[in-house]
Structure formats: C-alpha cells, structure tokens
Design a protein around this ligand. Structure first.
Ligand SMILES: Nc1ncnc2c1ncn2[C@@H]1O[C@H](COP(=O)(O)OP(=O)(O)O)[C@@H](O)[C@H]1O
Ligand SMILES: [Mg+2]
Length: 263
C-alpha cells in the first residue's frame, strides 16, 4: 500500500527553490531515511507531508487524497489526518507553546475529549517511557535543547500516530537519549508504523531505516537500501554527506579518506 505519492513536486520560498520537480513513492509500514546536505529540502518536504505547506506545482497524495489547502478545509479530513500523522520539528521551539511539560504533552490528548483521568494516565506513561517524568512541572521553553527535543517527541508519541515524520530527531540528544530513540525506531522495523526520518547521522542509518532517499538541491538523487547508500562514497561526497580530506603525508604522497559525519 502506498502511503505518500509525490509527483513532480515543486516548492519555492520566493525565489529560492526548495523542492524542484521531486517525485517519490513512500510505501506504508516502512522506515525511510531522508538524507541530504543542509538546504537540500528535507524539512520543507516533511512540512509538506505534514500538511503544513502545500505543493505549488505537482501533487502530493496521502492514501490517495491530494493534500491541498482546500482538502484541509474539510474538518473531518483534517482531524483524521492530524490523528494519523505526527511530526517532530527540527527546531523544538516551533512546537512547544504550553506553560508546563505536562500541559505540553497533554495538549493533543485533551483535543480528543478523553476523560481527565485517561489523559493524565496516558501523559504520565509517555513521560515515564521517555524518562521525562521529573520535568513534568517545568516550563518547556526553559529546558535544554535536548530536553526540549524529547518533550516535543513525547507530545507526538503520546498520540500514537501511525505515521511519524521526524526531522533530525537525534540532534542535541545525549548518548543515552539517542540510543533510546534508536531503540524506538528499531522497534518499528516490524511495519507497525511508517516513519520518515531526516538525518545527517549516517552511523545510525542502518538501524533506523529500511530504505533511504537522498535529496540534493530539492531533487531525489538516490533511492536505495541504507547499506547501498553507505557504500557509495562517491554519492555521499557529491551530495556533501561526507567530506573527503586530502592530506600530504611526510613521505610526500597525497592520500584521501572519507569522514563520515556523526560516526
Ligand atoms: N522559511 C524560509 N524562507 C526562505 N527560504 C527558506 C525557508 N525555509 C527553507 N528555506 C530554503 O529552502 C531550501 C531548503 O531548506 P530546508 O528544507 O530547510 O533544507 P534542509 O532541511 O534539507 O536543510 C534552502 O535553500 C533554505 O534556505
Ligand atoms: Mg532541515
């Protein structure tokens, strides 16, 4: 089953072309790794998949429905979509607006009109799972970068969406929080969720993705398995995902070797 179908998608910010005739098919129940250098269009694509921006030309379909502003004007569609698709923003400040961590994570569940007791139980369970319970009464905006990212993740996971759009989720996380997130992503290898993760972190790709898309200047330049992509030094160098250093050694010969970011 096809989850997202993207056809000739172009998106511009005034004169800057962020996505340039992009086409790709994202099957349901798959974990996709979205790679690309800074500015290659990853965040823009995720925002379009989340129904926050709309295709300027081309079309993006979610389970067959074209994602347009008009479609989201239909409350029933918008509600169903928001229930099924959750997004973690690259910058958590864009996502945190409540007075306490508890309220932040409770915000989504409260929209569902569950009982107060059910909301409380669900929120506390999520906070505990993410080792955030001790921050329950804190002001989200005053947390550290990594804590903010984890609270934002909690506010998404508490809704248990079928589709997760994660924009550089391991950014700013300490090693333990990173491995916890990787464990979660590994758990979804069973097809129970569709997960699209934008990352620069090549070292984790094999664990968090079944399939990998590489973007370069708003275009798709590769669609392969993580192992295949990681072996393609040329592609990684060309798309600025690794940088190849050339040094002159004392003996006078020049040799080069790749540096994988974040390994
Ligand atoms: N709000 C914005 N206004 C103007 N240009 C933007 C905005 N957001 C992104 N861009 C531009 O769009 C391109 C793609 O950006 P983005 O999707 O954030 O890339 P990535 O997430 O891969 O780093 C870049 O050239 C970026 O400068
Ligand atoms: Mg980005």
């Amino acid at each position: 089953m096809t989850l997202f179908e993207i056809e000739s998608l172009t998106y511009r910010f005034n004169r800057i072309t962020a996505l340039d005739g992009l086409s790709m098919t994202i099957p349901a129940g798959t974990r996709i790794g979205l790679l690309g250098a800074n500015g290659s269009g990853k965040s823009t694509l995720l925002r379009i998949l989340d129904g926050l921006y709309f295709a300027e030309s081309g079309v993006v379909r979610f389970l067959g429905d074209a994602l347009t502003e008009a479609r989201f004007g239909d409350n029933e569609f918008a509600y169903g979509f928001r229930r099924r698709v959750g997004m973690l923003f690259q910058n958590p400040d864009a996502q945190l607006f409540n007075a306490t961590v508890f309220d932040e994570v409770a915000f989504g569940p409260l929209q569902l009109r569950w009982s107060a007791a059910d909301v409380r139980a669900r929120v506390m369970d999520t906070l505990e799972r993410l080792r955030l319970a001790h921050l329950e009464h804190r002001v989200p905006q005053r947390l550290s970068g990594g804590e903010k990212k984890r609270v934002a993740l909690a506010s998404v996971l508490v809704m248990d969406p079928e589709v997760l759009l994660l924009d550089e989720p391991t950014d700013a996380l300490d090693p333990r929080s990173q491995s916890q997130l990787i464990d979660l992503l590994m758990g979804w290898a069973d097809g129970s969720k569709s997960v699209i993760t934008a990352t620069h972190h090549l070292g984790i790709l094999g664990d968090i993705a079944d399939r990998c898309f590489v973007l370069d200047r708003g275009r798709l330049v590769a669609d392969r398995t993580p192992a295949d992509i990681l072996q393609d030094e040329d592609l990684l160098d060309r798309t600025n995902l690794i940088h190849v250093h050339r040094h002159r050694h004392d003996e006078g010969h020049v040799h080069s070797h790749p540096h994988l970011h974040g390994l």
